[in-house]
Design a protein around this ligand. Structure first.
Ligand SMILES: NC(=O)c1ccc[n+]([C@@H]2O[C@H](COP(=O)([O-])OP(=O)(O)OC[C@H]3O[C@@H](n4cnc5c(N)ncnc54)[C@H](OP(=O)(O)O)[C@@H]3O)[C@@H](O)[C@H]2O)c1
Length: 276
């Protein structure tokens, strides 16, 4: 089985260097996709309250033969539950839907600066971690200023920042900020949602040179940048393909060719996006 290199997080725990995304799968689709990914060797699974598939994701985990302690399960706090007490309640609801004793990685899904309650949520998450119900706490779609504020007000830095990152949006500044603070950057929509990006001639030619698929070339680019991709696929063949990215290497020219695109977001702008 493929060995996936692990990252050590700033709280001392470890996390596999590639995971499975589950949006927008239904409960039954997520159960099947997670089950098949775990059989292939994936050990990091990404869900969220707002994906409405925590129940299926949890079933895929608890019904698999893989020991629970070998799997890193991520879920996320939705915008409507920002605030101290509501975060405690929302987490408990997620944990119940997942059917798990603890969650490995709990993230604030979006910062919602206009609501301005993410620091209260962060304090609740620190408490849940101290109680052992969460192993690691992190954020998603946070800017450096928002992360600095968490640190200033609580003294606790996120272990992970999960952000939109793909060759159309390489996020150089946010990645450098994460490296400087020892925060692992996870890439969401790492394949650019599987659209035109994978047909790009420059990416196709890098892939051909290495005898791999365009998706594999793009995932390898993430790994060599030091970012942790969580590609979503419900198809066991493509899950296997996305997992087989640890036995070839891109050189500097290949890396530049894959990343040489004009910046373009596929999702929301963290300073403005509101998702409840
Ligand atoms: N934190 C956030 O705000 C946030 C936002 C968006 C997403 N996410 C997370 O990030 C995960 C990944 O992002 P994403 O789902 O938006 O996009 P993605 O992983 O970049 O792309 C997924 C799409 O690509 C297709 N695909 C997968 N592997 C492929 C391959 N080898 N060749 C060709 N097509 C392939 C998939 O179809 P098939 O299933 O048919 O293979 C699916 O349509 C999500 O599932 C979710 O867990 C987080």
């Amino acid at each position: 089985m493929t060995r996936v290199p692990a990252y050590r997080l700033n709280d001392g725990t470890t996390i596999p260097g590639l995971g499975l995304g589950t949006w927008p799968l239904s409960d039954s689709e997520a159960e099947a996709a997670v089950g098949s990914a775990l059989r292939i060797g994936y050990r990091l699974i990404d869900t969220a309250t707002n994906y409405r598939n925590e129940t299926g994701t949890g079933r895929g985990i608890t019904r698999s033969d893989v020991p629970r302690e070998d799997i890193v399960v991520t879920t996320k706090l939705p915008g409507r539950d920002h605030g101290h007490e509501s975060t405690l309640r929302s987490f408990e609801e997620s944990r119940t839907r997942l059917g798990l004793e603890y969650v490995d990685l709990y993230l604030i899904h979006w910062p919602l600066p206009r609501v301005d309650k993410y620091v209260d949520s962060w304090k609740a998450m620190i408490k849940l971690r101290e109680e052992g119900l969460i192993r690691s706490i992190g954020v998603s779609n946070f800017t450096p200023a928002q992360i600095d504020r968490l640190e200033q007000e609580t003294g606790v830095l996120p272990a992970v920042n999960q952000i939109e990152l793909h060759p159309l949006l390489p996020q150089d500044e946010l990645r450098a900020f994460g490296t400087g603070k020892n925060i692992v950057t996870e890439s969401w929509s790492p394949l650019g949602r599987g659209g035109d990006l994978l047909g790009d001639p420059a990416i196709r030619s890098v892939a051909e040179r290495h005898g791999v698929s365009p998706a594999q070339a793009v995932l390898r680019w993430h790994i060599q940048l030091g970012a942790l991709p969580i590609p979503k696929s419900a198809d066991p063949g493509r899950q296997r393909e996305n997992f087989a990215v640890f036995d070839f290497e891109l050189d500097e020219v290949d890396m530049a060719a894959v990343g040489d695109r004009t910046g373009r977001r596929l999702g929301g702008d963290p300073d403005r996006h509101e998702e409840f």
